[in-house]
Write a protein that binds this ligand. Structure first.
Ligand code: ATR
Length: 279
């Protein structure tokens, strides 16, 4: 049997917080795949040079994280269609002949925990309009077939307007945009409210970009892409008001599992997924 050790890595900056090796290495071990997954930190100023260096080395694939999910696009030989529309790539598959193909698996990861709710979803509010919001918005617009209203709340409304224009080229749907600070005046509740901003983690732990309780319909879902802390103020506030809540851990594991499947063409082991969810 060919025992060539395949090398994978996550590229980003900084990577101290990344738990991607803890997702992939146990899965490689579980399936007895001779591969290793590392962290490869690249300071933003040397990004292009480092990528060209990586291209001359022997790698099997990469994850790409903040702040390079958009910058990586120009270095790819090919981008999967929907990922190209999203305009952000978090997974690179390197083929036998050395060509680099980009995918966005954040999209699948985000949809995983709400798969059973998508059919009934009629209204969604997305807080934020950055790279993560793009994957979330395209996921919702593609898969929530009965969606009637999409709303963005963003500190910089112009950024949300630009995203709304891109989305409308993909699917004609009413998109509303509000600045964050005026949201207390908004009283159009949604079935799903998603926080895609970093408010609630790191230096902004203990804060929330907006109170989801004011934005949700009875029976609605508050979804925060943050996984550390496991319960942000955004989710705590929703939970205490009786709403269902989802944090970013299943999305993180889901996007990783999808990347793994693209690289190895093997199903991500359920036992490893279960172990990761328990923590
Ligand atoms: P990511 O790829 O994680 O989405 P990003 O593209 O930098 O990162 O986007 C971050 C999002 O969080 C943006 O919508 C940003 O708002 P702006 O468009 O106004 O920059 C939002 N965000 C970040 N910090 C914020 C804060 N302190 N208050 C409100 N929104 C914030």
């Amino acid at each position: 049997m060919d025992k060539k050790p395949y090398r994978y890595a996550v590229i980003g900056y900084p990577l101290g917080h990344s738990i991607s090796p803890e997702i992939h290495n146990p899965a490689f071990r579980y399936l007895d795949i001779p591969a290793r997954y590392l962290k490869y930190e690249i300071p933003p100023e040397s990004f292009d040079r480092e990528i060209e260096k990586l291209k001359r080395q022997s790698w099997a694939g990469f994850n790409v994280t903040i702040p390079f999910k958009e910058r990586i696009l120009v270095h790819l030989d090919e981008v999967e269609t929907l990922s190209d529309r999203i305009g952000a790539v978090n997974t690179i598959v390197i083929t036998e002949n050395g060509s680099w193909k980009g995918y966005n698996t954040d999209y699948d990861g985000f949809l995983g925990p709400i798969g059973a709710d998508l059919h009934a979803l009629e209204s969604c509010t997305i807080v934020g309009a950055g790279g993560a919001a793009r994957a979330v918005a395209f996921g919702i617009v593609s898969k929530a077939v009965n969606l009637k209203t999409l709303r963005f709340l963003n500190r910089t409304p112009e950024k949300a307007r630009e995203l709304a224009r891109t989305l409308k080229m993909f699917k004609e749907i009413p998109v509303y945009i509000s600045p964050l600070h005026e949201t207390s005046m908004e009283t159009i509740p949604a079935d799903l409210v998603v926080n895609t901003t970093s408010v609630g983690m790191g230096e902004l732990a203990g804060q929330m970009p907006v109170n989801p309780v004011n934005l949700l319909k009875p029976g609605g879902i508050a979804y925060d892409l943050i996984y550390n802390p496991a319960e942000t103020l955004f989710l705590k506030s929703a939970r205490e008001a009786g709403f269902r809540t989802i944090n970013g851990l299943p999305m993180l594991i889901g996007q990783g599992a999808r990347s793994f499947e693209l690289w190895t063409r093997r199903e991500f082991p359920a036992a490893v997924r279960k172990q990761l969810c328990i923590g």
